[in-house]
Design a protein around this ligand. Sequence first.
Ligand code: FE2
Length: 265
Amino acid sequence: MNASTSQQAALIGGIYSNHLALEAALSDISSRNIGSIYCLGDLGAFGPHPDRIYPLLKDHSVKTLAGNYDDSLARNLPDCQCGYTDPRDNHFARLSYQYTYRNTSEENRSWLRTLPEEIRFELAGRKVLLCHGSPRRQNEFLWDSTTPDHFLEKFCDDYQADVIAVTHTGIKWKRRLPSGRLFVNVGVLGRPENDGSPQVWYTVLRGMKDRVTSEFVPVNYDAERLALEMREEELPEEFAETIESGWWTTCLEILPEKERRAGRY
Ligand SMILES: [Fe+2]
């Protein structure tokens, strides 16, 4: 590994069974000569053919941690631990989880049991902590509009990190804290982020001198083909519509007011 590749890391968030977006992202990461790839969890959910994700991660040596969905599948739990209370959101979450559970092999569920809850490494001498929701809770939603600086600074203190990266909410954001430390929600590959565009996102971390920066990278892939596969698998039409339109049609109750106003529904 040369100096340029050793100072970069690609971070991919929730995949939600979107094997086509994962393939496109891995190809893009390879073309950038980034040697270290990390996945921040939630491999299944929402999309078709969950077992197609696993060989892609293994073939590209993606270091993977467990999200709430992975934990549920690994431990044979009855639901995805997303914590919906709205009956409509709960209905769709249940359909999604049951489909994913039925179509994830026992071998892959066993592999999920081996995943850590966090991954740590150093970039340009800075301590990087990767986790799924937050450092303290796998299924905690951290939103840009509702998470104050001091809250994130305390995570950096308590968990001894200069950079914290998460996923889980489905919408990317980042903040340089007053202390100079960095918080990043890396976004997700699994579904578009409620902005009317079908593209999805991953994140590149770069270490330069003693500073770490981040860049959000758009991923364009064959969303129509994924939507077709979802319909063939008889997944809810609402899910396929989101993949094609870029607007969320379900899971809306988790959005704070500001993030919800940015969407169509
Ligand atoms: Fe999650």
